[in-house]
Ligand binder design. Structure first.
Ligand SMILES: Nc1ncnc2c1ncn2[C@@H]1O[C@H](COP(=O)(O)OP(=O)(O)OP(=O)(O)O)[C@@H](O)[C@H]1O
Length: 225
């Protein structure tokens, strides 16, 4: 993966939320931390073009998020803070199959891909269930399955363990640790990103610290104190 920010700035209603940022991300697992409102979600949304830079450029694997937004979104799967908003069709299997529609697979190939991704996350038994009946942890796994079935190069997750009880949090954490994909994970759960390859800490819309997890987490603790 190759994510580049070149003096990229995000503004909402004239207010700068991410100050001009120049950055290159190539590590496989990247954690993003910082206080509430520091700009983490906006930064993550800039990667897949959900937020476009008011100034500067963002590229993903050489594709510009402004000029090639659709292609960028084809390569970056995004898991939102509330996974219930991610599942559109009531039956989980149908929802996952919907994600594959643009690939124009045959019916049996679509069904096989859906079964494979459900099995990968240990939720084959949930395929026929209605999304609104799933628990928080099951929903997170279902959201992961619905995004990863399209085989994105980069997976972005916004607070994937938020609102989960201890058991579901552990389940989702273990699942994230086993993923082979490139991941960018925003989290207030510092344990989740403690062994990642690189951690970014945002503060008041600026990248305040950037480096190895232990060092950046220590700085974040000082900042939050
Ligand atoms: N669509 C929007 N319109 C206006 N302001 C926005 C919008 N999205 C975010 N903001 C503002 O931008 C700032 C940064 O928000 P952002 O969601 O990126 O922070 P965050 O670090 O992810 O916060 P949290 O940890 O609370 O989720 C906040 O002041 C927020 O109110």
């Amino acid at each position: 993966m190759d994510i580049r920010f070149e003096q990229a700035e995000a503004r909402f209603e004239g207010r700068t939320v991410v100050h001009p940022l120049t950055l290159s991300l190539r590590e496989r697992r990247i954690g993003v931390i910082g206080l509430n409102g520091s700009g983490k979600t906006t930064f993550a949304r800039m990667i897949n073009g959900l937020v476009l830079p008011a100034e500067g450029h963002v590229t993903v694997n050489g594709l510009d998020t402004v000029k090639d937004g659709d292609k960028v979104r084809g390569q970056t799967g995004f898991i939102f803070q509330n996974p219930q908003n991610q599942i559109i069709l009531p039956i989980l299997k149908e929802d996952i199959a919907l994600g594959l529609k643009s690939q124009k697979l045959s019916k049996p190939d679509t069904a096989a891909a859906v079964e494979a991704v459900l099995a990968r996350f240990g939720i084959a038994h949930l395929g026929e269930r209605r999304a609104h009946e799933l628990s928080g942890g099951e929903l997170q796994l279902a959201a992961l399955a619905s995004v990863l079935v399209t085989r994105p190069d980069i997976l972005i997750m916004d607070e994937p363990t938020n609102q989960l009880d201890l058991r579901n949090r552990d389940l989702v954490e273990r699942t994230i640790h086993r993923l082979d994909e490139n991941v960018v994970v925003i989290s207030h759960d510092l344990g989740l990103i403690a062994d990642f390859d690189r951690v970014l800490c945002f503060h008041e819309g600026r990248l305040a610290y950037d480096g190895a997890p232990a060092e950046v987490i220590a700085r974040y603790r000082e900042l939050a104190a």
